[in-house]
Every structure is written in structure tokens, then in C-alpha cells.
Design a protein around this ligand. Structure first.
Ligand code: NAD
Ligand code: IPM
Ligand code: MN
Length: 366
């Protein structure tokens, strides 16, 4: 079999703690399923800043461009909050996304039955939930120019620019429609065409791509504020949601709580389809570095482990392995294994990050 090259960037806070559990999973697949991973490790975020004064070195950037897939833990933390904007840990992550051109960010939100009571919403609203948010990741207000803090008429003004080209909208729309075809076949596109020109263009282009290339998929449009409301009112009405960078950031955090904990949500960030079937790709949990619990062995490693499952699925076409890993996670949750973030109404004794990893390995083997 050919080998899969992986660059692991654990990052800051709980990043290295949850990544250690992914390492165990990688080792297990190598030892038991005959897969070969060519793993290298690098620095990103505050860890990279501490080592060389920048949140991502050019060498690490080049490595990320060369591998089949990048796995990232999390970046940021209070220690770095007062750094100059240009060297903040978050800039390292944004540089990876932008330079690798990872325009399609897949953020699934699935509610495992064992956790349906832990959601801040009622069980009957979230049980069985399985939605996929496709967030545009390399444009919009995150990257638009002009941007900066300027002085105008004797006072400062902070400026960011929401900007989308037709081709940027079209490519993320195609990604969403392609994914919907493998799911329930429905896409809901969210913008604010009622107040933003970029929203008007977004809606037009998504509709056109649909009519010309994906008429078999069901398409609807929603204003993003209504979308936020609908997401907590009746989230199961959705299959795939496609939206811009900033709305997608916010809507996906809201979707996270539907599943019980931010510690459960994985993500994949993909570039254009590649001839060898392996698009540029970066996999990371949706959560951040969780400074409040870092270094205490309390972090839930499931989001990071499920991100690796997405790598198996989208970068390596190892669908069976991905299914098995997801099933192992579901099994340990059904058995009652809980990290501290998953202490729901029933209470109980939480297990550590590494104990959760071990349980998942045992379930894989079992
Ligand atoms: P956060 O996601 O780090 O934490 C929010 C809350 O969720 C905290 O109470 C935390 O303890 C909890 N939590 C998050 N992940 C968890 C896990 N795996 N297990 C158990 N509990 C978990 O968000 P924040 O506090 O807003 O941000 C902290 C830092 O992380 C900031 O510097 C922010 O910029 C950065 N951040 C990074 C990423 C990323 O690397 N992709 C994403 C979001 C935030
Ligand atoms: C996320 C994070 C990032 C974002 C930050 C850390 C740059 O919140 O991945 O959702 O805003 O995209
Ligand atoms: Mn976010």
C-alpha cells in the first residue's frame, strides 16, 4: 500500500493534549490495518511564536503545502493576547487556510444519542441530528481589503471589508452541492441579501450553479439571522448549510452546542479537488485551545479524533476505517465514558483525556 503523509501541528493549550490521543489512533491503524502514515510534526500558533517569533514559519508552511493532510490541534491563549496583531497565534492558522487555498470548511454537527440529554436544547429537538455546515474559509470579511485601523477626522476608525467574487461563491457552492448528493440531497444557503450586496451576489450565484449543474439537489435560501433562529428552533430541518466565512464561524459554534459539547465537533478544510484524489486539506477540531482547562488532562479528545476520521474519509478514501473510528466513538459514549465537558444531568465521574483515548482504542480493537 502507498503511504499517507501527515503533518501534525499540535499548537497551544489543549492542542497537544488532544493530539496525543490522535497519535494513539494513528499508531493503532498502522499496527492493525496495514496502513502506513509518514508523520512529521511542527509548530503553529503561540508555540511557533515562542520558538521563532512568528506563528507559522515559512518552513512549516512549505511542509503543509507538500503533505497529503495537515492535522491541527488548536492555537491561542491568554499569554499571547497582547501580541501585535500580525504575530498573533490565530494568524498562523489563517495563513495556512489562505495559502493552501482551503476554501471549503466542512463542519458536521451530529448529535450522538448518548449525548442527547446534554445539549442545552431538549432531547426531542436534537436527537438524531446530522447536519453539515459548509463554511467559505478563504475570503469574505476575514480577508477583504481595505482593512485596518485608520485615523479619520481626528478619531480612529476600524475597517474590514466583506468581499466575494463570483468564482469564490461558485466553488464553495459546488462543494456544498457535491456533499449534499452524498447525504439527504438538500442545501440551504444563508446570507443577508436583504442588507448586503455581497449577499445579493451570493444568492444569485448559488442559485445559478444549482440550476445549471445541480438541479437534482433541493436548494433553499435563508437570511442568516433567521438561520441562526431556525438552527436552535428546529435544527433537523437542515441537511447541508452553505454560508460565508463570518456567518459560518458563528453558526457553527451555535450548532456545536446542539451536539452537547464543543469538544465533540470535528472539521475538514479542503481545497480544490485534485487529480490524485487528495485535495489540499487541513483537519482540526472546531474548538480552541481552552486555556481554562489546559494542562489538566480534562480536555475531550473526541473532536480531534473525529477530525482524523474526516482525514481518513476525505484525504485517504479510507471510508471503512473512518466508519469504524466513528463507531468506536459512538460505542464508548453509549457505554457511558465521559470527559468533564460531558457531565450532563446524570452526573458521574469524568475520565481523563488519555483515558478517553484508550477507551476509543479499546473499542476499535474490540
Ligand atoms: P475555546 O473553544 O478554546 O473554549 C470555549 C469553552 O469550551 C471553554 O470553556 C473550554 O474549556 C471549552 N472547551 C473547548 N474545547 C474543549 C474540549 N476539547 N474539551 C472540553 N472542553 C472544551 O474558545 P475560547 O475560549 O473562545 O478561545 C480560547 C483561545 O482559542 C483563543 O485564543 C481563541 O482565539 C482560540 N481559538 C482557536 C481556535 C482554533 O485553533 N481553531 C478556535 C477557536 C478559538
Ligand atoms: C475557528 C476559529 C478561528 C476563526 C480563529 C481562531 C481564527 O474561531 O476556526 O472557528 O475565526 O475562523
Ligand atoms: Mn470559530
Amino acid at each position: 500500500t502507498d503511504s499517507y503523509s501527515l503533518l501534525i501541528l499540535p499548537g497551544d493549550g489543549i492542542g497537544p493534549e488532544v493530539m496525543a490521543e490522535v497519535r494513539k489512533v494513528i499508531d493503532w491503524f498502522q499496527a492493525n490495518r496495514g496502513m502506513r502514515f509518514d508523520v512529521s510534526e511542527g509548530l503553529v500558533g503561540g508555540a511557533a511564536y515562542d520558538a521563532h517569533g512568528a506563528p507559522l514559519s515559512d518552513e512549516t508552511m512549505a511542509q503543509a503545502q507538500a503533505v497529503d493532510a495537515v492535522l491541527l490541534g488548536a492555537v491561542g491563549g491568554p499569554k499571547y493576547d497582547n501580541l501585535d496583531f500580525s504575530v498573533k497565534p490565530e494568524r498562523g492558522l489563517l495563513r495556512l487556510r489562505k495559502e493552501m487555498d482551503l476554501f471549503a470548511n466542512l463542519r458536521p454537527a451530529q448529535c450522538f444519542d448518548a449525548l442527547a440529554d446534554f445539549s442545552s436544547l431538549k432531547r426531542d429537538v436534537v436527537a438524531g441530528l446530522d447536519i453539515l455546515i459548509v463554511r467559505e474559509l478563504t475570503s469574505g470579511v476575514y480577508f477583504g481589503e481595505p482593512r485596518g485601523i485608520f485615523t479619520e477626522n481626528g478619531e480612529r476608525v476600524g475597517i474590514n471589508t466583506q468581499r466575494y467574487t463570483e468564482s469564490e461563491i461558485a466553488r464553495v457552492a459546488r462543494a456544498a452541492f457535491d456533499l449534499a448528493r452524498k447525504r439527504a440531497g438538500r442545501v440551504c444557503s444563508m446570507e443577508k441579501a436583504n442588507v448586503m450586496e455581497s449577499g445579493i451576489l451570493w444568492r444569485e450565484v448559488v442559485q445559478k450553479i444549482h440550476d445549471e449543474e445541480y438541479a437534482d439537489v433541493e436548494l433553499s435560501h435563508m437570511y442568516a439571522d433567521n438561520g441562526a433562529m431556525q438552527l436552535v428552533r428546529n435544527p433537523r430541518q437542515f441537511d447541508v448549510i452553505v454560508t460565508d466565512n463570518l456567518f459560518g464561524d458563528i453558526l457553527s459554534d451555535a450548532a456545536a452546542m446542539l451536539t452537547g459539547s464543543l469538544g465533540m465537533l470535528p472539521s475538514a478544510s479542503l481545497g480544490a479537488p485534485a487529480a490524485n484524489g487528495r485535495p489540499k486539506a487541513l483537519y482540526e477540531p472546531v474548538h480552541g485551545s481552552a486555556p481554562d482547562i489546559a494542562g489538566q488532562g480534562k480536555a475531550n479528545p473526541i473532536a480531534c479524533i473525529l477530525s482524523f476520521a474526516m482525514a481518513l474519509r476525505y484525504s485517504f478514501a479510507e471510508a471503512q476505517a473512518a466508519d469504524d473510528l466513528e463507531a468506536a466513538v459512538e460505542k464508548v459514549l453509549a457505554e457511558g465514558a465521559r470527559t468533564a465537558d460531558l457531565m450532563g444531568p446524570e452526573g458521574g465521574t469524568p475520565i481523563s483525556t488519555s483515558a478517553m483515548g484508550d477507551r476509543i482504542i479499546a473499542a476499535l480493537a474490540g
